[in-house]
Ligand binder design. Structure first.
Ligand SMILES: Cc1cc2nc3c(=O)[nH]c(=O)nc-3n(C[C@H](O)[C@H](O)[C@H](O)COP(=O)(O)O)c2cc1C
Length: 404
């Protein structure tokens, strides 16, 4: 499980340091909602899901988006860290992840106008009063501008300044709980059309107060949340911010806006920008980001270069060469993956082999590595030299079988 540090080690497998936190490689398991939580809290499913990722060799293992208040969840089964009583269950996860050499990370978020719905399998269908009969009542969602929010069975509430203050304090409290739960990295979810992104994009924010209008005003909520989280988070540990570099189809947020936001985040001591895209839609002619391989890496490169901040590339990255090339090109500091790790949770160990790292098995648990090294030695045995011996042994067993 030790990190490789040979002179010709690929960048992907070179340990990296963020503040005082050392990470064994540059591979990050991206946040992935599971819709398996019990009133926000994690359970054995999360131990298995995150356990697979931790033993597969990732440097950073992120849990899913975790709501800072109950109404900030998307569904009744989304994760949350809104009770003190949640801390012990999350601590179980972080202890397990650390035990396997990875860094545990939590993504804190609020769904805003994208709350009160069913999960991804049901395409986030809004909850209705009918669902209340099966124990899944809809709740009133909040958003910066109610009038331009997609219609819901319960009309959304436009956030007033007390709501804004309360949500910022909820981020602060969840940050303190994340420390007590043993996390080493916290990420603020400012992407994918959720609450923070709703404030950023004029496609979801048409306020005329200090939180709407100009770019600076629309960034205010994101920056205030970030400052509150940074204030609580230990100085020797990093804070990440996930943004949508550009809006989705029909949206209005563009790359120069993200570069401005990244600079503002750097000014409040955010360490890393995790570069995703999409989530807010509207009626403009902005197209969807084409889903080509590594489809967001060039956004990450531009933000890294122009805002002078560390970045994460994510989206459509599946091969070791792709990941290494992105790092070598200076387009990112960390490579995040989601779906490829669902397909192959041991991807990091396989990538280490593909990139010629010495002893790729060292990224797997010691017991697995031991047996796999033995198997490797067997594969390379020169059977030609021992042909007589092999034939004699086989004959021994075959004769034995036929005589019984
Ligand atoms: C099952 C699943 C759940 C996801 N949940 C989250 C989430 O909780 N928070 C988030 O920021 N992104 C979430 N995403 C997006 C991923 O983190 C990632 O950005 C996206 O899938 C693109 O990366 P990929 O091509 O490697 O899958 C999710 C993706 C998947 C596949």
């Amino acid at each position: 499980m030790t990190a490789q540090s040979l002179p010709n080690t690929p960048l992907l497998f070179t340990p990296t340091k963020l503040r005082e936190l050392t990470i064994r490689n540059r591979i990050m398991a991206s946040p992935m909602c599971q819709y398996h939580s019990d009133d926000g809290g994690p359970n054995d499913w999360h131990m298995m899901h995150l356990g697979r990722l931790a033993i597969g060799g990732c440097g950073i293992v992120f849990g899913e988006e975790t709501a800072v208040e109950p109404d900030g969840r998307k569904t009744h089964s989304c994760a949350g860290l809104y009770h003190q009583s949640h801390i012990a269950a999350y601590r179980r996860l972080t202890d397990m992840i650390k035990q396997h050499g990875a860094v545990p990370a939590i993504q804190l978020g609020h769904s805003g106008r994208k709350g009160s719905c069913h999960g991804a399998i049901e395409d986030w269908r809004p909850l209705t009063v009918e669902d209340a009969k099966s124990g899944l009542p809809p709740w009133q969602i909040m958003t910066p501008s109610a009038a331009i929010s997609p219609p819901r069975p319960i009309p959304p509430k436009e956030m007033d300044h007390d709501d804004i203050k309360r949500v910022i304090e909820a981020f602060r409290t969840a940050t303190k709980r994340s420390i007590d739960a043993g996390y080493d990295i916290v990420e603020i979810h400012g992407a994918h059309g959720y609450l923070i992104h709703q404030f950023l994009s004029s496609s979801a924010n048409q306020r005329d107060d200090a939180y709407g209008g100009s770019l600076e005003n629309r960034m205010r909520f994101a920056v205030e949340v970030s400052a509150a989280v940074r204030e609580e988070w230990p100085q020797d540990k990093p804070v990440f911010f996930r943004l949508s570099a550009v809006d989705g189809k029909g949206g209005s947020w563009r790359l120069p806006d993200s570069i401005a936001l990244a600079k503002a985040l750097r000014a409040v001591d955010i360490d890393v920008v995790d570069v995703s895209s999409g989530g807010v839609t509207g009626s403009s002619d902005m197209p969807m980001v084409p889903r080509i391989p590594a489809y967001q890496a060039s956004f990450s490169g531009r933000i890294r270069q122009e805002a002078s901040i560390k970045t994460i590339a994510v989206g459509g990255i599946t091969t070791a060469k792709q990941a290494e090339d992105i790092l070598q090109a200076g387009d990112a500091d960390i490579i995040a993956m989601a779906r490829e790790l669902l397909w192959n949770a041991d991807w990091p160990a396989h990538a280490a082999e593909a990139l010629g790292v010495d002893d790729p098995f060292s990224y797997l648990p010691t017991g697995y590595a031991h047996r796999l090294r033995l198997r490797e030695a067997q594969k390379t045995m020169d059977i030609n030299q021992d042909q007589n011996l092999i034939a004699k042994s086989l004959r021994y067993f075959l004769d034995d079988n036929t005589s019984s």
